[in-house]
Design a protein around this ligand. Structure first.
Ligand code: GTP
Ligand code: MG
Length: 173
């Protein structure tokens, strides 16, 4: 099981819809128009096939208070940040710290996704990373943490996400 978490509106539903399409077309990146999404109230399960079946569970941002009841059996964690919205960054950072310190997620591999890189922003991703002291966080965390910059809308970087999922779920989960 792969958990997909992040504040509301960062683009989680967009990502799973895109990944599903990408994996079903075996890596061809003609994704077509971006699908419509609406805020996820509750949770949303999607199976993608990346060599093997991987089930991604998105939890809506509004479910934040009860995210922890879904930590069990989580093999990998996708944590999404909106790279076009630096004002949301401190809240996302607090969420991330909570996830990384959770006992049940100690064994999970973590991929931090900076989404919406197609939008202009007054702050670069490097600046955002240093603002939340991401290098220190990565050095101190129990989990192995990777970061990636994507646009779920345009499709940029999605094959990297798919490859990470494949590699991470090769053995089990
Ligand atoms: N420009 C741009 N917009 C995006 C991108 N990804 C998502 N969006 C838009 O952001 C909005 C929210 O996307 P969702 O996928 O519904 O966000 P979510 O994280 O699932 O939100 P919750 O379910 O409420 O937690 C929608 O209007 C999307 O079209 C992206 O890469 N670029
Ligand atoms: Mg959603």
């Amino acid at each position: 099981m792969c958990l997909l978490l992040g504040a509301t509106g960062v683009g989680k539903t967009m990502l799973v819809k895109r990944l599903q399409k990408l994996s079903s077309r075996d890596g061809k990146d003609d994704l077509g128009d971006p699908p419509l999404t609406r805020p996820t109230v509750g949770t949303n399960l999607t199976d993608i096939v990346a060599q093997k079946k991987i089930t991604i569970r998105e939890l809506g941002g509004c479910m934040g208070p009860i995210w922890s009841s879904y930590y069990g059996n989580c093999h990998s964690l996708l944590f999404m940040v909106d790279a076009s919205n630096p004002t949301q960054l401190s809240a996302s950072c607090v969420q991330l710290l909570g996830l990384l310190s959770a006992e049940e997620l100690a064994e999970a591999s973590v991929l931090i996704l900076f989404n919406k890189i197609d939008l202009p922003c007054y702050m670069t991703i490097e600046e955002m990373k240093s603002l939340i002291r991401l290098p220190d966080l990565i050095a101190c965390a129990k989990q192995s943490i990777t970061t990636v910059e994507i646009s779920a809308r345009k499709g940029t970087g999605l094959s990297d996400v798919l490859r990470w999922l494949q590699d991470t779920h090769r053995t089990n989960g």
